[in-house]
Design a protein around this ligand. Structure first.
Ligand SMILES: CC(C)(COP(=O)(O)OP(=O)(O)OC[C@H]1O[C@@H](n2cnc3c(N)ncnc32)[C@H](O)[C@@H]1OP(=O)(O)O)[C@@H](O)C(=O)NCCC(=O)NCCS
Length: 162
């Protein structure tokens, strides 16, 4: 049911086919996992088809090795009218050791559409439940303002104005 599930985690093993030239998981593969988990989380919350509007602040903190147990955690940190802002973390664990490390993180904005070729449509409102979620929501709002500022700069550079 839409408006019920605000968080979702994918878990799987990093496979030899995910490897880059240095023998570690390809950055593009981590981005694909992020996109899939973000999409699934946004659809589960909104009950609608969703598209990615932006991905901000992606950080590759630590490498993921083949055979690591990978967890891709996507959770809502803010909703607008049709947009859902998600914090996504990719965590990796060497199954022989009892420690999980943060490999990659970012904030995504997905927008719900009324049909795959349609227009933005409203999503259920999300409210933070504690101080930690309130901080994440404040960060999402700051990132949105930063990204609007960047859009205005690009418009000015390209000679577009409102
Ligand atoms: C995302 C998209 C649907 C927005 O359409 P639009 O006509 O600009 O719609 P609006 O201006 O009404 O904005 C709708 C929402 O998107 C948000 N949005 C639009 N562009 C954004 C951006 N670059 N970053 C963050 N949010 C954005 C707006 O803030 C608004 O949020 P709100 O409803 O919560 O206030 C449209 O730009 C699009 O289809 N982009 C391509 C998406 C795509 O192909 N993604 C990759 C494959 S999934």
């Amino acid at each position: 049911m839409s408006g019920q599930q605000h968080e979702l985690t994918f878990r799987f093993l990093a496979q030899p086919t995910d490897v880059n030239f240095g023998g570690k998981v390809h950055g593009g593969m981590a981005m694909k996992w992020i996109d899939q988990a973000g999409y699934a989380c946004a659809v589960a919350w909104s009950g609608a088809y969703c598209v990615t509007a932006s991905v901000s602040g992606i950080q590759f903190v630590a490498p993921i090795l083949i055979g690591d147990l990978v967890s891709v955690r996507a959770r809502l940190i803010h909703t607008g009218t049709s947009s859902m802002h998600l914090a996504v973390e990719v965590l990796a664990r060497d199954l022989r050791k009892d420690e999980e490390r943060l490999a990659t993180s970012c904030v995504m904005v997905l927008v719900a559409l009324d049909s795959p070729d349609g227009k933005p449509t409203p999503v259920p409102h999300w409210e933070p439940r504690d101080d930690s979620e309130r901080r994440l929501q404040a960060q999402a709002r700051q990132l949105l303002e930063l990204s609007k500022g960047m859009e205005r700069l690009v418009d000015m550079r390209d000679g577009r104005s409102d």
